[in-house]
Write a protein that binds this ligand. Structure first.
Ligand code: BGC
Length: 425
């Protein structure tokens, strides 16, 4: 939600609206209805969110769908902002990471403490997840899942046809790329959209710099890290990946890039495990019809991305009841199990039986725990988990401009990152 923070103005108008009592406008929703803003519109995503709608309806409440297409939620956040500006936010919205705090500061979010207490969220959730769900000590959001971002996906038939193995280093990846090209495939499926560029870039940074460096650069916004030789090397490697992509990439949606791997047109894709939702929806089996591996050089680390729903204040009792029911259902085992198997993520609560999950999800759960123990768990910059939304927006612009520019050097891009970080201080 770049837009939110551009705006002292936005903040002012929101406070004005709140004072005018306009907040209650969300209560115009009918009793027992929850309007839910989300950006889950690809095949796998839509199927996954359908499980939540079904569970809510089974409790006698009404689900009003407010889906805004666009990977990683940039468009959804713009739409949410304008709905909030007009004093009519939805009851629930997919808001994540530090943005939960930004909305909390505006005083618009409802209090979920009673649901959290009854459901024992404090015990169930890893601290790294529950901390993000609270504003000013109170629960205002509920986590849905944990996605891992630093994954590499591949079509094994395509790899085999080109005589290459799943690459474990960048050198292997570039060498495999040449063989794949010669065999007539696109080595790496990609969609040229800022968030997809950033998704690839953050994994390269993690790979070349390690988790401490990643945190210095993307969480602490440390100037030395941002202009270091490691960052220059990461920018250079990231740009080189263009060699492996195809000319059709500008503007392509992420799920269409995944389809290229599914169809055997492309060999691999660097993408978070929501890509697994597309493989699963295409009836493909993990480890057989498609492969998952950590992005080269990131085996020991885990870039996490937790989806969550923040709840807006409502003044209608029944609507509030429906909203609380939604929050409760989200952390119950039934939803966590069914939704996450379809979505490609792992449950937000680590206590659940994973035996029905596929091997990539099992590995994700293991790696998540191992990364927590080894302190190599890092928040995704590209997926709104690491930094304020205005800084993230500036980083996206720089990363994409650099990736698409024919004359911007890695050094110049690094300097721009430093400047963007300075603005945040
Ligand atoms: C979200 C995922 C979603 C993906 C693509 C990510 O930021 O966390 O739930 O599937 O974007 O839209």
């Amino acid at each position: 939600m770049r837009a939110l923070t551009t705006l002292p103005l936005f903040r002012k108008s929101m406070l004005g609206l709140a004072m005018a009592g306009a907040l209650g406008a969300a209560g115009q929703t009918q009793a027992g209805e929850v309007e839910v803003l989300h950006w889950w519109t690809s095949g796998g995503e839509a199927k996954a969110v359908g499980t939540l709608r079904d569970l809510l309806e089974a409790e006698g409440h009404e689900w009003k769908d407010f889906a805004v297409a666009g990977g990683a939620g940039d468009s959804a956040m713009t739409v949410l902002k304008s709905r909030a500006m007009s004093g009519n936010p939805p009851a629930a919205a997919q808001i994540k990471g530090p943005e939960i705090q930004e909305w909390g500061e505006l005083g618009l979010l409802g209090n979920l403490d009673s649901v959290a207490e009854e459901g024992n969220w404090e015990e169930l959730l890893p601290g790294v997840v529950s901390d993000m769900m609270r504003h000013d000590g109170h629960y205002v959001a509920v986590p849905v899942n944990v996605h891992r971002v630093n994954w590499l996906w591949a079509n094994p038939e395509v790899l085999e046809d080109a005589g290459v193995e799943m690459p474990t280093t960048w050198d292997e990846l570039f060498a495999a790329g040449e063989a794949l090209r010669e065999a007539g495939y696109v080595p790496l499926a990609h969609g040229g959209q800022p968030w997809q560029d950033a998704t690839t870039f953050e994994s390269v940074v993690l790979s070349l710099g390690g988790s401490d460096f990643y945190r210095q650069a993307f969480v602490e916004l440390d100037e030395q890290a941002l202009q270091s030789d490691t960052m220059i090397e990461a920018l250079t490697t990231f740009k080189r990946l263009r060699e492996l992509m195809d000319e059709g990439m500008p503007g392509r949606d992420w799920n269409l890039a995944t389809s290229m791997v599914i169809e055997g047109e492309a060999a691999m894709q660097i993408m978070g495990d929501w890509a697994k939702g597309e493989f699963t929806t295409a009836d493909m089996q993990a480890g057989e019809d498609y492969l998952c591996a950590a992005v080269p050089g990131t085996d020991e680390a885990f870039t996490f991305n937790t989806d969550s729903f923040a709840m807006f204040q409502l003044d209608d009792d029944e609507a509030r009841e429906a909203q609380k029911t939604l929050a409760r259902l989200i952390l119950e085992p039934e939803f966590q199990q069914t939704f996450n198997q379809i979505k490609g993520s792992i449950p937000a609560r680590p206590d659940l039986d994973m035996s029905e999950f596929d091997r990539c999800a099992k590995r994700s759960m293991q790696d998540f725990q191992a990364a927590r123990d080894a302190d190599t768990l890092v928040p995704s910059m590209a997926h709104r988990m690491a930094m304020r939304s205005d800084v993230q927006g500036a980083f996206f612009d720089i990363i994409t401009n650099y990736f698409n520019s024919s004359d911007m050097t890695a050094e110049a891009a690094a300097q721009r990152l430093v400047k963007a970080a300075e603005l945040a201080m």
